[in-house]
Design a protein around this ligand. Sequence first.
Ligand code: PLP
Length: 381
Amino acid sequence: MTPHPPGRPTWLEIDLAAIVHNFGVARQSVGEGCALYPVIKANAYGLGAVPVARALTAAGAHGFCVAMVEEAIPLRAAGIELPIILLSGFIPGLEHQVCALDLEPVIFDLEAARRLSQLRGPHAPPIPVHVKIDTGMGRVGFAADRLSEVVASLDRLPGIQLDSILSHLARADEIEGAETTRRQLETLLAAVENLGPRGRTLRRSIGNSAGLLGTPEARLEWGRPGVMLYGASPFYPRRNWRDDGLRPVVRWVTHVLSIREVPAGTPLGYGHEFVTRKASRIALLPVGYADGYGRLLKGRAQILTQGCRAPVVGRISMDLTLVDVTHIPKAVAGSQVILLGADGPAFIGVEEMADWMETIPYEVLCRLGARVPRHYRPDLP
Ligand SMILES: *Cc1c(COP(=O)(O)O)cnc(C)c1O
């Protein structure tokens, strides 16, 4: 990593070697029999789907999962050739894109399958599709007891080829969720079993990160690891990345724009919500909620500079954030500031930031703003 990449003095460093390490953790925990299709929806949870897909292709991924058709377009444009599964299917009108980009939709509605079949027709190679059943998440999927009828209908349609049956776990991250997870798994296994010999030709998938790591029986023929690849424990807040052998992936760097010395009693920022109690040195950072450094961080977040922690003060604005560095005399205009990641031995993780924002690490990652340039390490060819 060059110390000052060209462009904005605020950037995200994405450690692709750490993502590959975390993929290795997933691979080791599932073993040989389970193919892994990393979930790179939402631009790989904000980190950049194309570079992540390239790194994980080289690391042995079997394919990828995205939520929607538009997320697959840049992947194909970048030359990613592995299978791409559309977790949220496709809306009417996008069948031609599904065909043209060679995507594998998840089917939870027979009308969608018919539209695809009609467009593809009997002459082109059939498109692999995956059927979703709802085993307890209560969001999308056919009722489990309709599976035989659904499979029979799909088997009659030309142009598509049923590859697997999947479902999604609602509580695999919780200790109290173990019973729900067991029931969901049993429902999936029984529904496929009920298909008889046809069922034995179909692959099965139910594991997200929490399912794959925490429930050995949930590994099945293919898995869908997401958040663990990006360096956060799926079991947060019960466990953190260290407990799961993961490596942090993101380092969010900015620099002090300028320092102001202000007397006691100075109100700072919008709403005058914060007033200095003593003479203070306040550092101005060129980053704000437009970058994903959200307003909920007010009064809670800390940053790292010169290896020390310093508190964010006052409201966070769109482009600017104030930090009290009175106790860090070495912090000056131009000093490096770490919003996420390591600064020497000091460290702020996505899990800690999620606590400050009263959310989960997933949302911290997905909210990292499009305005912030991403730099990848090691540099991609
Ligand atoms: C997002 C998603 C995943 C990945 O979940 P993680 O908890 O990030 O591992 C897996 N399956 C489906 C259907 C998803 O939508």
